[in-house]
Design a protein around this ligand. Structure first.
Ligand SMILES: Cc1ncc(COP(=O)(O)O)c(C=O)c1O
Length: 398
């Protein structure tokens, strides 16, 4: 486990540390849990209502509907917007499998396209191609889900323009991007709907599962609100078939306690990312590209290392855990391989980067001493030759 303090302690540093997130706010979280236990109301009570209102205020726009997970938030957003069987939905293969699972949960057909290697987000050029020339076996494309992966916005400008011109819905996957901005606009307020996850390691994490869908249109939000609880608009009367996917009162109370600190903890993530950038400047590895004029909130700090195994082993020797998000692209996973439809690129960049990406430790509770230890290790680790993360790497590979 990570040390509590001084920079001289070289003890093992985990890549993620949800326990540290609890310890940092233990008194507030304990009090929030006790408040719910004493209230006697455990499902869809005051804590959920207050959390939804506070989250919407923090987000700055939209109509929020909390639910049981980020996956359910995506599925509820799709269903509330009328996407189901007979709809094609475009997204990326370089994402948590949940994005694609949600599309299939509602009976729609996913089409997976590539990412731009510099930012790891949906390639708007390939989106243009598939919107103009969709695969013949794909139902009409009704929605696009750009994923703001690792805490950085997808290139929403062209994506929103392309979709608006064709009446295609945009649902932002914000599971990893609470607080990120795209050219000054808050992600989660720019498309027709957005889905957030509160999985414990996320920038805003619960102590269990949780999610929230936010909608531009209040009537669509009301439909999602009914769908999350059996399709009830009135208690015990289902207007349409729904599901049971509710954020529970304990998680809502915990999220309220943590939301107050979200902007500060995102700023700490940026500070840590800046330190990593500086350390990498003295090496042959390039830091992750940041989209100009936008805000990256570093859910993960991801570099590309050609000889990844050696790098990870050396970091481990130096007391530092690293991760891979994600080692197997969705279109190569057994559940989807040879079945899911791909865009004309065949997701080739996705397959290449899956072999090279490495996530460094990233959470706001990392101490300055730990960050120094990681930076010192970065300067010592082998990289397998000169390599650039960025557009030039794309060009080199074509
Ligand atoms: C990009 C992305 N989308 C969706 C999800 C699904 O969220 P959850 O795990 O809360 O269902 C996740 C979380 O893993 C994610 O990272």
């Amino acid at each position: 486990m990570a040390d509590k303090g001084s920079g001289s302690d070289h003890v093992y540093i985990p890549q993620m540390n949800p326990r540290a997130a609890y310890c940092a706010l233990a008194n507030d979280i304990d009090e929030a849990v006790r408040r719910v236990l004493r209230s006697g109301q455990y499902i869809l009570g005051e804590e959920v209502a207050c959390f939804e209102a506070e989250f919407a205020r923090w987000l700055g726009a939209g109509h929020p509907v909390s639910c049981g997970s980020g996956t359910d938030a995506l599925a509820l957003a799709l269903r509330a917007l009328g996407i189901g069987p007979g709809s094609g939905v475009v997204t990326v293969s370089h994402t948590a499998v949940a994005t694609v699972a949600a599309i299939e949960m509602v009976g729609a057909t996913p089409l997976l396209i590539d990412v731009e290697a510099g930012h790891f987000t949906l390639d708007a050029q390939e989106l243009t191609v598939v919107l103009e020339n969709p695969p013949p076996n794909l139902p009409p494309i009704r929605a696009v889900i750009p994923v703001h992966i690792y805490g950085q916005a997808a290139d929403l400008g062209p994506i929103l323009d392309l979709c608006a011109n064709r009446g295609v819905i945009v649902i932002e996957d914000c599971a990893q991007a609470h607080g990120a901005r795209y050219l000054g606009g808050q992600v989660g307020t720019l498309g027709d709907a957005a889905a957030f996850s509160f999985y414990p390691t996320k920038n805003l994490g619960a102590i269990g599962d949780g999610g929230l869908a936010s909608f531009r249109d209040s009537e669509v939000a009301e439909r999602a609100r009914a769908l999350r609880q059996y399709g009830w608009r009135k208690r015990f009367v289902s207007q349409e078939p729904g599901i049971a996917s509710r954020l529970d009162e304990i998680q809502a109370a915990i999220l309220r306690a943590k939301l107050i600190h979200l902007d500060r903890s995102n700023a700490r993530r940026e500070q840590i990312a800046n330190a990593y950038d500086d350390a990498l400047a003295t090496t042959s590895l390039a830091p992750p590209l940041r989209r100009a004029g936008s805000r990256h909130v570093f859910h993960q700090y991801v570099v590309r290392v050609p000889q990844r195994d050696g790098f990870q082993a050396r970091m481990r020797e130096l007391g530092i855990a690293t991760g891979i998000h994600y080692p197997v692209p969705v279109h190569e996973q057994p559940a989807y391989a040879n079945r899911v439809l791909l865009g004309p690129s065949g997701c080739k960049i996705t397959s290449v980067i899956a072999q090279e990406i490495v996530s460094l430790p990233m959470y706001p509770e990392l101490t300055d001493g730990q960050v120094e230890q990681i930076c010192a290790a970065l300067k010592q680790a082998p990289y397998g030759g000169v390599f650039q993360t960025g557009e030039d790497a794309d060009v080199r590979r074509k």
